[in-house]
Design a binder for this molecule. Structure first.
Ligand code: M6R
Length: 600
């Protein structure tokens, strides 16, 4: 949450910062700002709203070779111009952008800043005021920065300007992601390599509690004690076109359409020369050493985990529990003797999941991260990583990462099963290939989904998704998709659970979207549909070929029964997309949300 950029070099920094912020807008978009510094001092431009609003107020005539920028997802203080970053110390000497949450900001305010009148409600302002205070007491900027960092409790990625040293950006990080990008005659700072791909593909990862002194020709990394650290850069393997919308009106639609391609890429990446699916032996051994798997994730990734549990239990016969990371953090169940933790996270940065990872690592347990972002925090800190190969997912609503997570989990289950001598009665490579083709059929049926969306969702205030077994889990994901982008109140329920309470909510015309892709529960879910119809519901049944009846609204192509979530979710993604579009919602940047949730 929140995105940071910085530039120091010989070009004018404004446009580089603004372009960078546009690429980071997925991280938060309630307000934004930049500060640029030249021989005449620092100028700050900030505005409530989007980067486009910020662009409108930036003075074109100001030229400056150094600058920092920020796009915000509010934690402390409402979204407003005053609370937008950058924040400045009262003297105006220091200017700071921050991503993260300072947990002890109130204590620090009381202890050190009694006499200081704060302008904003943010935790960030405390940091910049503390630095100023320590400099006034005689410290150099570097010393004051270091001293301040030792006082902070919580998470931070910081970039600081000192008006009396316009050749340097001071940078630090703890728990929140931050990278330094390298150029020939410049250096940059960014929360995500995507932001600065416009100027460089060479990046240095920063670790927690590191400080970096960035000038145009040098990047000096130190720990909090001042010891120098050397680290090689890596090449960010991102294609600039991956992060553009191209001809699509929204990233979400582009990412939905990319799903067949992602399936094929996953098959290819996980296949060996003989055409068999394969993963690192270390991971297979860890799966086999475990007496129970604990899947930890949030949101859509949690929903993928629920499907993954079915795969691992049914194919590899290892018991699995799936937990919401924010709950697991403080309500840990009694663990088995030899647990293996699997963290599922598109971004690899979700703070709730990371909190659990740190905890279980301290307890001495092994952890595997399944993520889309190589080098992300969760990937670095786990023992093993499996990548999704889905390409950057920019829309806040996760689509292709969900199906990629499910595909990778199916491969993990299959490879583990085989290593345990369990014979499966299907060939997963072939089945995933069939899935990819079926996905294409569904992506080509957009007009039908637009029509379904119009028919069932155009005026409703609420909607229910029902299913049994694996369909129930997909229903949960469908409900999340619909609510997060269209703001229609939507809930997913297990079909059999309806009459234990929820059915009381059914009124004349309430849309109930039912998934019927599982032969074993086909009759039962259709019975549940009859129950809601008898109470006035407007049913939209999405079934699978072979199980269809005349009353169904859409029939998806037939795929292996275990793999149906990979395709039954696509109609739900698309009807949510069109519902949001019909309601003129901001599809890619829904209100109050951010793509990567880096605060707990
Ligand atoms: O990056 P992660 O997969 O860890 O993110 C977890 C959730 O925040 C994320 O899936 C969220 O629920 C999506 N916006 C849903 O579309």
């Amino acid at each position: 949450m929140c995105g940071i950029v910085g530039y120091i070099g010989s070009q004018d920094s404004k446009e580089i910062l603004l372009k960078g912020l546009e690429k980071l807008e997925y991280r938060g978009y309630d307000s934004a700002g930049i500060a640029v510094m030249n021989d005449n001092g620092v100028q700050v431009f900030k505005e409530k709203g989007r980067i486009a609003d910020l662009r409108n107020i930036v003075d074109e005539d100001v030229m400056a070779n150094t600058g920092i920028g920020h796009t915000r997802w509010a934690t402390h203080g409402v979204p407003s111009k005053v609370n937008a970053h950058p924040h400045q110390s009262t003297s105006g000497r220091f200017t700071l952008v921050h991503n993260g949450v300072i947990e002890n900001y109130d204590i620090l305010k009381r202890e050190y800043l009694q006499g200081v009148t704060l302008k904003s409600d943010t935790d960030t302002e405390i940091i910049v005021q503390l630095i100023d205070l320590f400099v006034n007491e005689g410290s150099t900027t570097e010393e004051a920065f270091r001293k301040t960092l030792t006082l902070l409790k919580g998470s931070y990625a910081l970039a600081l300007l000192d008006v009396e040293n316009n050749e340097t950006i001071f940078v630090a990080k703890n728990k929140s992601p931050l990278l330094v990008g390298l150029g020939e005659t410049f250096n940059v700072v960014a929360s995500d390599a995507m932001a600065m791909l416009q100027v460089t593909d060479q990046y240095v990862e920063l670790m927690d509690k590191e400080i970096v002194i960035v000038t145009k020709n040098e990047v000096k990394i130190q720990n909090l004690n001042g010891d120098d650290i050397s680290r090689d850069p890596y090449t960010a393997e991102l294609d600039a076109s991956d992060i553009e919308k191209g001809t699509y009106p929204h990233y979400m639609l582009k990412e939905i359409d990319e799903q067949p391609l992602v399936m094929r890429k996953i098959i290819q990446k996980y296949q060996n020369d003989r055409g068999d699916l394969t993963i690192d032996q270390e991971i297979v051994d860890a799966m086999n050493d475990a007496d129970r798997i604990y899947i930890i994730a949030a949101g859509t990734s949690y929903h993928a985990g629920l499907v993954g549990k079915q795969f691992i239990e049914k194919m590899a016969k290892v018991p699995v529990e799936v937990h919401i990371s924010s709950e697991f953090g403080y309500n840990m169940p009694l663990l088995s003797e030899k647990p293996l933790f699997i963290f599922i996270s598109q971004s690899g940065e979700t703070a709730d999941s990371r909190g659990v990872l740190v905890n279980v690592k301290e307890m001495g347990h092994k952890a595997l991260t399944i993520t889309n972002v190589q080098g992300s925090t969760l990937s670095r800190e786990a023992d093993y990583t499996l990548l999704l190969y889905a390409g950057p997912e920019i829309a806040v609503a996760s689509t292709k990462a969900y199906t990629a997570q499910i595909a990778v989990l199916s491969i993990l289950a299959e490879v583990t099963a085989k290593s345990r001598g369990i014979d499966l009665d299907f060939n997963l490579v072939q089945e995933l290939g069939i899935v990819a083709n079926a996905m294409e059929v569904l992506c080509d049926a957009k007009e039908e989904f637009e029509e379904i969306s119009r028919k069932f969702l155009s005026t409703t205030r609420n909607a229910f998704f029902i299913g049994r077994g694996i369909d129930f889990y997909v229903g949960l994901e469908g409900a999340l998709k619909l609510k997060e982008i269209s703001y229609i109140q939507a809930e997913g329920f297990a079909g059999g659970e309806l009459k234990h309470g929820t059915i009381a909510l059914i009124e004349n015309g309430t849309p109930v979207i039912a998934l019927a892709t599982q032969e074993s529960v086909n009759l039962s879910i259709r019975g549940n549909v009859k129950e809601v119809v008898a109470r006035g519901a407007n049913p939209c049944i999405i079934s699978m070929k072979g199980l269809e009846t005349e009353e169904d609204s859409f029939i998806i192509p037939e795929v292996n029964g275990l793999l149906t979530p990979l395709i039954s979710v696509i109609p739900l993604q698309l009807i949510s997309y069109y519902a949001a579009l019909h309601r003129e919602c901001d599809v890619d940047k829904p209100r109050n949300l951010a793509k990567s949730v880096t605060v707990e």
